[in-house]
Design a protein around this ligand. Sequence first.
Ligand SMILES: CCCC/C=C/CC(=O)SCCNC(=O)CCNC(=O)[C@H](O)C(C)(C)COP(=O)(O)OP(=O)(O)OC[C@H]1O[C@@H](n2cnc3c(N)ncnc32)[C@H](O)[C@@H]1OP(=O)(O)O
Length: 360
Amino acid sequence: MRASQQDFENALNQVKLLKKDPGNEVKLRLYALYKQATDGPCNMPKPGMLDFVNKAKWDAWNALGSLPKETARQNYVDLVSSLSSSSEAPSQGKRGADEKARESKDILVTSEDGITKITFNRPTKKNAITSQMYRDIILALKNASTDNTVMAVFTGTGDYYCSGNDLTNFTSATGGIEEAASNGAVLLRDFVNSFIDFPKPLVAVVNGPAVGISVTLLGLFDGVFASDRATFHTPFSQLGQSPEACSSYTFPKMMGSAKAAEMLLFGKKLTAREAWAQGLVTEVFPESTFETEVWTRLKTYAKLPPNVMRISKELIRKHEKQKLYTVNAEKCAAALERMPREEYAKALRNFLFRKAKAKL
Ligand SMILES: CCCC/C=C/CC(=O)SCCNC(=O)CCNC(=O)[C@H](O)C(C)(C)COP(=O)(O)OP(=O)(O)OC[C@H]1O[C@@H](n2cnc3c(N)ncnc32)[C@H](O)[C@@H]1OP(=O)(O)O
């Protein structure tokens, strides 16, 4: 029996409710079948080589050749039906366990000695931040702002503190680069606002190199303790991006415009001592004693009267909160504008294919 228009519309709704991400290949197949079922054979000009998301979508659609619309509709309905049944298959218990693991795998949150410790825990990828990790951090900060801990501390597992935004975050988007840019901009705005709004002392224990957004965010922290092995790198121009997390405001205020430009425009990587000299880092510790010294210090700070620290932080931040929201919103609008650009795609492509190139 042929799938009716109603079956097709039901499948379109069902796909939005899938519990599990079906993966890029399936998403591309769904996209191609949808286009074939609604528009017929591929009639779009082939996107440029650098526009790899749209190129992948075009390839998938074009590969369907002259498949009739009705067959494409049927195949779409069948595919969604198989996905829905496989995503419903596990028992409630199993699904609950998966969700819990997903929440906590790459961002660890623990509470001890009055401190909420939030750890970037993706060492095989140098702790690069995925979209899910941004969401986990927003939630962790929200919880920590009202629980009974006194401060929140960020650190990283392994040799890196964090290598910044996961550069593959938006390469798998099937809705198009504009949609990915728009979702990314909203996520970025909410993520940075959760740092602007955090009401308790916020400290970074920078155990190793820090890149991109993990550096720019530091301008919103109350304390930055760094190992002498740490470095601070914001290669935005190289990536075809503009600086985020209010750093276009906090960095010049902190280090003066010339030094801020050296980092944010020219992408100069600072050593921990250089970052300390610019006021970005509170104190640098030798790697050999870093963990012991810093955590001893933080546990002492966590014994200070919490309400007084909250009130003092409120006084420090209150007059510039509005400014920070505005700068953050401006940056997110700029990100929306920059992401679909050629320079960004080129930088991304260079990163993604650098290992293949090195082997040539
Ligand atoms: C929605 C919010 C948007 C917010 C925007 C924020 C802007 C930024 O944060 S810009 C900064 C983005 N980060 C980078 O440009 C760093 C990219 N990574 C590197 O340059 C290098 O990987 C490194 C210098 C961090 C480490 O180099 P090293 O040679 O020691 O190790 P690798 O073999 O390169 O890395 C190991 C492993 O980790 C993966 N990886 C590292 N960083 C990232 C990243 N940022 N995004 C995605 N993946 C990353 C790397 O690909 C390797 O993975 P494989 O072993 O699977 O190849």
